[in-house]
Ligand binder design. Sequence first.
Ligand code: SF4
Length: 391
Amino acid sequence: MPGQHALLSASAAHRWMHCPPSARLTEDIEDTSSIFAQEGTVAHSLGELELNYQLKNIPKREYTKELRKIQAHELYSAEMPDHVAVYTGYVMERLAEAKSRSKDALVFLEQKLDFSAWVPEGFGTGDTVIISDGVIEIVDLKYGKGVEVSADDNPQMMLYALGAYHEYEWLYDPKSIKMTIVQPRIDNISTFEMPVEDLLKWAEEELKPAADKAWSGEGELQAGDHCRFCKVRSTCKARADYNLTFIESKRDEDNTLKGIHLLAPEEISRVLDMALEIKNWLKDVEENALQAALDGTRYPGFKLVEGRSNRVITDEEEVVATLVMEDYTEDQLYNKKLKGITDLEKLVGKKMFEQLLGPYVIKPPGKPTLVPETDKRPELNTAADDFNLEV
Ligand code: SF4
């Protein structure tokens, strides 16, 4: 179902269950797929193809043709097949186990799973669903390696499980749901199993009320680690308040002189605990503000300037040849590789350096940077300014 995207998607369930209004707040903001997400899509295509071939769903000729297409993708890499093989191997192992219990066990790949009975217009795509007597098993490939993802009480997996239950309940009378995340690049295989009745209880008591609120844009904005992938993470006031008021709200009741003026070890522990979230938040705000400034937004007290940059040698061979002609020995010019610009400048003197090596050294333009207006560097003309001049 290319291009179709549910407002209350399974992959964002952790966010909209904790912060229901975030769903409507972000619905009109364009999705920008990161390079990591695109790489994950290539790995998923490879996993699906390998499984279809191993399950004899496609002939060798089709397999080879499709494999070549995947290999031609710019984000395909030499190590991708080994990582994906961990996932496909796990699926084949689980399928063999399911077949040993019930001969007519079924496996579905990239299956659309409809959980709209609990979540308005809710659907998602399960990488692998295995159905056998009494057990539904979901296996999800996660190709990222930034954050280890656990299957324990994972709402994305539980939503897939609900979709699979809804679809296949009549077939095998499932009693238990087994959910596994395979994250091969960091050796993480995480499994969580729960009785179907617990899954349905969670769906009625926790999921459905949160989904109804999220659908109608009600509830409280609530910041936390789930803000990480939210599309308004850099401009959200609730997230800003959460980070800015953190230290004040967490101060211990200690009215001694030290207690009033100095942070206690327990308070520092809490700051350390929050450090990653605060760093991520600052990075999000800075990146967003820089892009907006490049697009023409002006921030009071700030301006865009060219960032600092370092000189680089454009032709190492010519630099060496020039200095050897001037009687410098190779020992003087090299450590293990050619010495850096500052060392060479010290060696030959600033004036001679400019005279002899000037043609082989450039200073590339620095990246645009947002700095206080008091900074001495001249303000950059943005593309937006140029455009305004033309009209
Ligand atoms: S950034 Fe966080 S608090 Fe703000 S809307 Fe998104 S999830 Fe909610």
